[in-house]
Design a protein around this ligand. Structure first.
Ligand SMILES: [Zn+2]
Length: 256
């Protein structure tokens, strides 16, 4: 059986810990210490990396030296032993993982889709780093709005039951923005109340699902007329296309 649990790191990062039988992998270990604590007597069998930012990669050297484990991720990242690119496939814990390139937050950003299928369970798990967040998306540090919009479109086309493992606990702030951007969306208000309760009791709000994101994530809803009107009312072109709506929302969120 596969279990996936968050290891908290820094102020709001999650390092996702995958366990099956006697094997352990982690995704985006920005810090080795919390991973070593979580593993205890167990050893690490492999590392997956989504992009080059330090809060996703800072623990690679120490963990790889300690456990001599393979590191799969973008070839641009120091310490990666198995470079991945769009369309590649690899195997993690006996399950196939497909690699989706999602430039925008950074140009080297990859999303990793693990297909759990052991005869009893069929479930997709998406590790999307800082590209897709619950009701939000990553900032554009390196890519253009059009690149990020296309990257998010690839993820939003995955089956709605796909579980989404984001790398930060940003859900509450994202939903407050979503409620401002699309005040008429009841699904946003319902989710906001649920997330406020989870955070008040110190619980994680993840994983999300693609279906929840399609309903509550303004960055996946740029085709919705209410969001296009928001953009047009706030300085975007008249009748903005979806990329222009996305660019407007991203700029607004940067200063929200
Ligand atoms: Zn990042």
């Amino acid at each position: 059986m596969l279990t996936i649990s968050p290891i908290a790191a820094f102020s709001d990062n999650y390092i996702w810990h995958l366990q099956r039988d006697e094997q352990d992998w982690v995704v985006d270990p920005g810090d080795a210490g919390p991973v070593l604590n979580a593993l205890g007597e167990r050893k690490l069998d492999g590392i997956l990396i989504t992009h080059h930012h330090w809060d996703h990669t800072g623990g690679i050297a120490e963990l790889a030296a300690e456990y001599r484990c393979p590191v799969y991720g973008p070839g641009s990242v120091g310490g990666v032993t198995h470079p991945l690119a769009a369309g590649d496939h690899c195997e993690v814990l006996g399950f196939p993982v497909s690699v989706i390139d999602v430039p925008g937050h950074t140009l080297d950003h990859l999303a990793l889709l693990l297909r759990e299928n052991d005869g009893r369970v069929e479930q997709n798990h998406l590790f999307c780093g800082d590209t897709l967040f619950a009701s939000g998306c990553g900032r554009l540090f390196e890519g253009t709005p059009a690149q990020m919009y296309n990257s998010l479109a690839k993820l939003s086309a995955l089956p709605p039951e796909t579980r989404v493992y984001c790398a930060h606990e940003y859900t509450l702030a994202n939903l407050r923005f979503a409620a401002a951007a699309e005040p008429g969306n009841q699904a946003v208000h319902t989710r906001l109340a649920q997330v406020e309760a989870l955070r008040a009791s110190g619980k994680t709000t993840l994983p999300s699902t693609i279906g929840e994101e399609l309903a509550t994530n303004p960055f996946l809803r740029c085709h919705i007329p209410a969001l296009a009107r928001q953009a047009a009312n706030h300085g975007a072109a008249e009748n903005p296309d979806e990329v222009e709506v996305f660019a407007y929302l991203r700029r607004w969120k940067d200063n929200f």
